[in-house]
Write a protein that binds this ligand. Structure first.
Ligand code: NAP
Length: 211
């Protein structure tokens, strides 16, 4: 079972995911863009149980890495450190926040295909991005039999997808494989699954209609 998760980004999504993953029984490391001191107090107050670390230390030996940094900051993440790792891309292209991004705006592929090319050698899975940061805990359902909100994942790596599906399940959502990374588009802003509470069947149906 995958146990150690490194979350890169100690902002809204990073801290919500850190809390939720600690509650789900994972060992959680969290890193910001700089020193440990910079995030230590935030981690202590907002993410009890998660260990603040330097990004390089957090990633080393982790079973899974979550990229929870603003999309335009992806070039600041060390490519070599992610080689061979299961990496979850939570990043969305929000033009008002990120500004225009030439490499994405001039490319017809899904953002995650572009990100996967950049992080060549990483086992990329697009997920956890189409639910608001506050909903990651608010919409989680842990009671057996309770209806769960669907959380999609898109990947070209079936084994990595299964590991991420287990994480999604442990976080209290219904994991739905929406297909290859190209289909990650379905989960991006302005697309059908983005920001909408969908049942597992509804997301599955949407995904099938795009394959
Ligand atoms: N907000 C949402 O509801 C939501 C939902 C789903 C997905 N997303 C996506 O999730 C990502 C994070 O969003 P957010 O709202 O959490 O942003 P945020 O609150 O601005 O937090 C981003 C964090 O990333 C850190 N960071 C920047 N470069 C880094 C690096 N190289 N290594 C480690 N940490 C780094 C920043 O640290 P510094 O402050 O030190 O730069 C900051 O702590 C975005 O791509 C967004 O599109 C957001």
């Amino acid at each position: 079972m995958t146990q150690t998760i490194a979350i890169l980004g100690a902002g809204r999504v990073g801290s919500s995911l850190a809390r939720a993953a600690v509650a789900a029984g994972y060992t959680v490391r969290v890193a910001g863009s700089g020193s440990v001191d910079k995030i230590a107090l935030t981690a202590e107050i907002l993410m009890p149980g998660a260990v603040p670390m330097l990004a390089a230390d957090a990633v080393e030996g982790a079973d899974m890495v979550i990229l929870a940094v603003p999309l335009h900051k992806y070039p600041s993440v060390d490519v070599a450190a992610l080689q061979g790792k299961i990496v979850i891309d939570t990043m969305n292209h929000w033009v008002p926040v990120n500004g225009p991004m030439e490499e994405l705006d001039s490319d017809s592929r899904s953002t995650s295909e572009v990100i996967a090319e950049h992080f060549d050698g990483a086992r990329l899975v697009k997920s956890l991005n189409h639910v608001g940061y506050h909903e990651l805990e608010q919409d989680a359902v842990h009671e057996p039999g309770g209806e769960r909100r669907a959380m999609g994942y898109a990947t070209d790596d079936a084994d990595a997808g299964e590991v991420v599906a287990e994480l999604i399940d442990r976080l209290g959502f219904a994991p739905i494989n929406v297909g290859p990374l190209a289909n990650g588009r379905l989960l991006e802003p302005a697309n059908e699954a983005f920001g909408v509470w969908l049942t597992a069947d509804a997301l599955q149906e949407l995904a099938l209609s795009k394959l």
